[in-house]
Design a protein around this ligand. Sequence first.
Ligand code: HEC
Length: 366
Amino acid sequence: MFRISSKIYVIFLCALGGFNYVKADEAKDALIVQTILKLDSFDYEKSSNKVKDSVSRYLLKNVGTEEYFTLVEKFLIEEQLSNLQSLCSEKDPNSRAANLLFKIGGKDAIADALKGLTEGRELFISSIGFVNNSDTVSALESLLSGDNFKEMRVVVRAMSNSPAGQEKLLDLCEAKKIPSQLKQDASVLLSGSVDPRVRSRAAKIIPLPASLGGGSLPPVKELVELRGDSKKGELVYLRSCFTCHKAGEKGIDFGPALSEIGDKLAREAMYVSIISPSQAISFGYEGFTVKTNEGATLIGYVVSDGDKELTMKVPGGAVVSTNKSEVESRVPLEVSLMPSGLVSAMTKDDLIDLVEYLMTLKKTEK
Ligand code: HEC
């Protein structure tokens, strides 16, 4: 009955013109997807091939979009493992794809990918750095024993992006189980952690100068008089800010988007925001440390606080929900989630160029 009527519907649409069969088919796939997303207890594994085909076609057309992630996450669709792996290694580090790849495929999916992957390998490593789990951290740690120094630097940077990875890096540094050049990398990166405890442990590994060129920064009043090179500044942004802020299409969505920050902040306020982030914390981005009774630590800001669940956004942009009954403690951070140590990893010129770049980020006039 359904088949006849849907065929008639399609013929009718074709007859109307402007609508071809393919379009109608796409619309049907989308309708099926919308419908199953609304059902609370839909068993995807046991669903018909027809539904599965519609879902696969729909996913193929929408790889990497919000709908794609929602659908794959809701039904934990195993056939998507290879697409998720590609998303982790294609354009930018993708924390969402990495978290989902691990959730569906576990440590085997990560190990398999690392074994075979050559193209996009560094991006893949960076992506899985955002998964806050001891298995992925161990997978990364195992790459630190080779002789590929270039890759090892990428691994250290990746590990610095999750609380579990930071903990491991600190342990490795303190136990002197890591080459000294990498130790320097680790301490600079960890000085940018959102966790004040991590920052103070990192400072004990290798104390950092006030700014990388040595010497201390001039006061903000003097800095605002100087002009830099915005092209170079964009590179500084990609190195130091990209992991937490979006500027246009680039960057990870954790802190406020900076796409129009040049309209919002004057040069002086821009310096202050970077050098001492805790002076003015943006509304809605106040940080919390949450401990669960399974021993996990989450640091981030609260996106929703319901009766049953506490949902937080954590560095890397992942949104993590914890059952209220599993929350052991929730303590406000006294400081901004934006680390104050970022300027320690820059020269004075880097900082001036960076601000020059940020000042160019304005609403595009239409
Ligand atoms: C670990 C994550 C993280 C990193 C890295 C980071 N930020 Fe932030 N940033 C945040 C968060 C979270 C906030 C909001 C809380 C606050 O205002 O302190 C923020 C706020 C800001 C603001 C104020 C935004 C507003 O709308 O008022 C600016 C400007 C800013 N960051 C610039 C930068 C720059 C430039 C860098 C790179 C040098 C950087 N941030 C690196 C997390 C980060």
